[in-house]
Design a protein around this ligand. Sequence first.
Ligand code: R01
Length: 644
Amino acid sequence: MAGAVNAPSVDPSQAGVPPFVGVAESVAAACEYLMSRQDAHGFWKGELRTNVTMDAEDLLLRHFLGILKPAELTEAARWISSQQREDGTWANFEGGPPDLSTTIEAYVALRLAGGGIDDPALVRARQFILARGGLEASRVFTHIWLALFGEWSWDQLPVIPPEIIRLSPSTPLNIYQWGCWARQTIVALAVVATLRPSRSLGFTVAELRTGATPSERVPVRGWTVKRGLQGLDRVLHRYERLPVKPGRQAALRRCVEWILARQEADGGWGGIQPPWVYSILALHLMGYSLDHPAVRAAIDGLEGFLIHDTGADGLPVRRLEACQSPVWDTCLAVIALVDAGMPADHPAVVRANRWLLNEQITASGDWAVRRPGLISAGWAFEFANDCYPDVDDSAEVLLALRHGTEADLPGIEQARERGLQWLVGMQSADGGWAAFDADNTSDLPLQLPFSDFGAVTDPPSADVTAHAVELLARTGHAGDQAARRGVQWLLDAQEDDGSWFGRWGANYVYGTGAAVPALIAVGIPAGSPAIQRALEWLRAHQNPDGGWGEDLRSYVDPQWRGRGASTASQTAWALLALHAADDESEAVHAGARYLTSTQLPNGGWSEDLYTGTGFPGYFYINYEMYRHVFPLSALGRYHDRFGR
Ligand code: R01
């Protein structure tokens, strides 16, 4: 894939074409398409696609609980099989390298569906697994799933003591030092791992063992924090072997209370799959029956995260979303429609903003541990996630809600004021903004043997900070202290090559596409060195086809920074930066032509490659709406500049 090198960007045969020819039609078609995707309630919701561990774990959960139905098994297994590549492996994203843990989980799921060890598909998978060190070399989460079925020893896993729930928010490694996604996962897993259940798969996967040292027990060298924490884990293992552990039952009960207090209206936890499924297991193992209302709601609620589709052979498949993005999709769609010239009083915009207004959260959440006294007024990413509003969604929703009046949308002014106050209150001490928490910057959690799946804390990032700064600028607060400190944070975070890192989107193109519009909005001159270096970086990384693309390998290999096959969303992000700075180079026109020439007859775009980031290096997201909303914003702003 993606052989694009840093190349001159212009196709000479196109150089004389007036840049805006066809753009108005393209914008109109994209608007039509986007409106056709709006739900009658006013929101948009694209599919959020990740990887097959979601589907494998869904089957294992249901098998563990004894509720797996044959049709569920068949349809999920069919989806998992459809994602296997020629070499027998599974990746975590389209076109990605084979992933050992994902391949192991898919293998176990296909065996559960009746696959024999001699099936050619499983033989190929096993060859890869064994060549890469076998079961022993997988991530901790995979080991936990195997331990639930006696295929891995709980003794070989990092200890997660339930007593962690007692640690005060000022103690190292307390749950509030973890990012909220990891925090909810840990509390539930503490219960599960303490109770050490073991059910039968009905078969063994011993054929996947190599005898290698388990990944989490490979000794760390030198006198490092990491080594010290590995020592702590050994001490905890010895403690686990004691016959009596004072306060253990009370700690377990406190974990359960903590979990129950955070169950959401949809029955889930945090709007994301891991805490959801581990909380179900934790409650069930603590004696809550499948008919208990909390457990019932949790299991039933998972149905809402299922996508039912048909495979290439026309047979039904099912896959599970790791998370759902309706709030995010909706605010981005509103911004795109307005960028395309749609008036704020258009029914589609009013309906969307009314839905967004209703989604504002007034209940307190875990964020209040670091910001007590701050009045709740943020937005979350999902339909139901009241405990965990995030700054990124709040900033973009408030940008969308600029387009609405009190007459059309009663309460909008108060919602805007309070939302802004909350966002300002969530600024971290260093001047940046993170997604879910302020000052969640400890580096201890990352050093634990448990933390082998990427980000476990939530420090400020350039993309979220840029969105917050852009909001402040566009609502008349460019001169406020909060905005000024955010700008300084952004300027300090600029990479040596002129780009910004993309924490929640791939990658430097996303970070730069967020930072430049924010800095321009706040009044940094387009001619300033920081902006000029960013624009030069973008222009230098345009592909010969006029688009931009950045391979996810850029998170692990600097060679891939800014490089990769062009995609609609990444091209749009680059264009949004160039537009903000009023760049008039041929790069802008070639970029617009890339988008108009790749537009589908229905007005949308296609995008198989993943351009969303869950955890850099480990967990990636394909957001179905990105390919439609960002190009519309970019072409709409292009048309504004050149077409009128
Ligand atoms: C996961 C996991 O599956 C997961 C799923 C979704 C996210 C977090 C935040 C946002 C919102 C979107 C998605 N914005 C801040 C970003 C906007 C673009 C994260 C993780 C996997 C393993 C563990 C997610 Br442990 C926990 C969760």
